[in-house]
Ligand binder design. Sequence first.
Ligand SMILES: Cc1cc2nc3c(=O)[nH]c(=O)nc-3n(C[C@H](O)[C@H](O)[C@H](O)COP(=O)(O)OP(=O)(O)OC[C@H]3O[C@@H](n4cnc5c(N)ncnc54)[C@H](O)[C@@H]3O)c2cc1C
Length: 385
Amino acid sequence: VTRHQLVVVGDGPAGLALAHHTHQLGVDTVVVGRGAPWAATYGAWADGSLGAYEAALAVTAATVAVGACEHRLQPRYGVFDNEQLRSMLAAGLTIRTGHVAGVQHFTWGSRVLLADGGHLDGAVVVDASGSQPVLAEPSATREPPPMQTAYGLVLDERPQVAGDGVVLMDWRQPQAGAATFLYVVPLPDSTWLVEETSLATNTPPPFGELRSRLAARLGADLTANALHVEHVAIPMRPRIPSLDQPVVGFGAAAGYVHPATGYSVTASLRAASRVAAAVDGAIREPDPRRRARAIWHEVWPAEARRVRALHDFGLRALLDLGPHAGQFFDAFFDQPTERWMPYLRIDATVGEITAAMRAVFRAAPWPVRRRLALRNPSALTRIVR
Ligand SMILES: Cc1cc2nc3c(=O)[nH]c(=O)nc-3n(C[C@H](O)[C@H](O)[C@H](O)COP(=O)(O)OP(=O)(O)OC[C@H]3O[C@@H](n4cnc5c(N)ncnc54)[C@H](O)[C@@H]3O)c2cc1C
């Protein structure tokens, strides 16, 4: 039986990104995944933080956000060409198609069990199987997480709504009801995605309501004309799992989901080389538990854990904004790019996050400040002081 140095479970963006970097470092790596296409549209900022992966952003365009007024945003924003990104990451990798069903731990490492009766042995096993991880234990939560939901249509041309380019969020409300926003982005095959999105909430509006709000914006329900209909439901408030477990998590499986946006792909792409270096360093450690722990601490370094606590606080404030969300984002996008952009990254510094929070709080109108302060006034005072 071949014993690999690293078995990566999951052939999504996170699993392949990590494997790409460990392979480059000479770590004997095998990926196991279902081989399913990447169906989601991954949006990202062309902000220079993605290095070579920026070449896989198929279309980037000038972007606006609209609250009570319009903000022209820099840098440009775009959508990955999933096939191009996947082939960049998968080049040279050993990928086995299979369905992972379980894991067993031994003194030498771990055995990944496949549903077809086969197995793969590794000194280290990384679970990158997405937000419902198959092997890594997510942190236990008592309440269901808030959900970000969206109803989207892929259309063969851009509908006449909110200008002619990318719309990150348009908070002008098309009708009464829960506050939702419009998202418009061009896709790699020259089609357009238009989406009515409800930011994280404990009471997400039903898809039927999102559909009718989108129809109200577009002047008609274009569902019948759509090339594809997208129903998005992303669980938010992703917890940091226990860092003391034998299977290391990565990507959404490790809680790499931004508590405000639901995005995770760029965070995984940026973290992959750092975590790969930790894998490379840890495989020389004889005790498998210590190996796993050393890597976990690079998946979630102390600074990133502190940032997550601040983002969780920010999410709780967002949940309370209700009809004031547009005014909040006016204050947010009124800030210079270098102030608001780090807030959208899970790998920013504590200083960058608190500076963004402080600036937005100071710029926000009183009704928004009151809402932001409502839940946890003492924590907010510490942050904005
Ligand atoms: C409609 C939609 C739109 C989104 N838009 C964005 C966006 O614009 N930007 C962004 O960053 N994020 C977005 N997200 C969130 C994003 O999809 C996920 O956060 C991202 O896919 C996580 O990447 P990952 O590689 O960690 O996990 P996944 O993409 O979930 O990949 C996990 C892989 O593991 C495989 N797998 C799972 N279980 C097993 C098993 N038992 N055995 C073998 N293989 C297995 C799966 O087949 C899958 O390929 C969106 C989500 C949705 C639903």
